[in-house]
Design a protein around this ligand. Structure first.
Ligand code: URA
Length: 269
């Protein structure tokens, strides 16, 4: 494992790439007893890396996708409630944290990792990482709503939301029928799990929404702004990472090398 020193230190959790570059240039890092000067110096297995006289050990990065169930808190620890990290049983689970948050009642894709720099990049407001959600909304979502979402909405943060894409998939017509927008019965290849609204007489629109930010309760607040309430929310992708539909709620798996690579490529764009 030959790796650049700045990457090694960032992965060890000592700061962002730019922070660790400064540390390296200040001469505080010793490589096999010799002061390192350049961030691009190489670290190989068996080398001793010291920062201010203390050994720095390399934490192997781990990446898991969890199909978050409802009712679980997106945090590493909580004194009362079960957290998303409690689902992962790997030896270093205590070092994992969720890259971003889903509301307690939201389901779906959550990335759990110990890779701070990658999580930081994915969550950075400057990166505009696309996140796609399935959403069920009470009432009929209109073309006007789609336009307003596309233009960005003032949800009370002092700055409009970035443009969001709304794609209508199907709707419950208030009489227990799930129809597509041509008026036909929606088929079994539907996005939903064919759960019905609790009351047949409720009209409900089922959509996919794509947002590129991660504001607090963003989707619920956006629909609230157009007078509609979200009844169900499930994240299906984040950047290049797509929820594995083979995972039951509460199920998880390690990311494949390709998926990890996909996230890192994204990071560079
Ligand atoms: N928007 C919300 O309102 N809730 C979530 O959990 C994610 C996005």
């Amino acid at each position: 494992m030959v790796m650049r020193l700045d990457k090694f230190l960032a992965h060890a959790g000592l700061g962002t790439r730019s922070e660790v570059k400064k540390i390296i240039r200040s001469g505080r890092v010793l490589l096999n007893g010799v002061a390192a000067k350049r961030p691009e110096d190489k670290v190989d297995e068996g080398m001793e890396v010291l920062l201010d006289g203390k050994v720095v050990s390399y934490a192997v990065s781990e990446y898991y996708m969890l199909n978050k169930p409802k009712g679980v808190v997106s945090a590493s620890r909580d004194k009362d409630a079960k957290t998303v990290v409690d689902y992962i049983t790997c030896p270093h689970a205590k070092d994992l944290f969720p890259a971003g948050r889903l509301d307690k009642d939201t389901e779906g894709l959550l990335l759990l990792t110990n890779d701070g720099p990658l999580a930081h990049e994915l969550l950075s407001p400057k990166k505009h990482v696309e996140k796609v959600y399935q959403v069920w909304v009470e009432g009929m979502v209109t073309a006007e709503d789609q336009k307003l979402f596309g233009e960005g909405l003032d949800i009370g943060d002092g700055k409009k939301t970035r443009p969001a894409k709304l794609e209508k998939i199907s709707y419950y017509d208030g009489e227990g029928r799930l129809l597509d927008f041509d008026g036909f019965e929606a088929g079994s290849a539907e996005i939903d799990n064919l759960e019905k609204p609790e009351e047949n007489r409720i009209c409900q629109t089922r959509l996919e929404i794509t947002i590129t930010e991660g504001r607090y309760h963003q989707i619920k607040r956006m629909f609230g702004k157009v007078g509609k309430s979200v009844q169900y929310l499930r994240r299906v992708s984040m950047g290049n990472l797509v929820l594995d539909e083979g995972l039951e709620p509460g199920g998880y798996r390690s990311l494949t090398e390709e998926e990890i690579f996909g996230l890192k490529i994204f990071k560079k764009t």
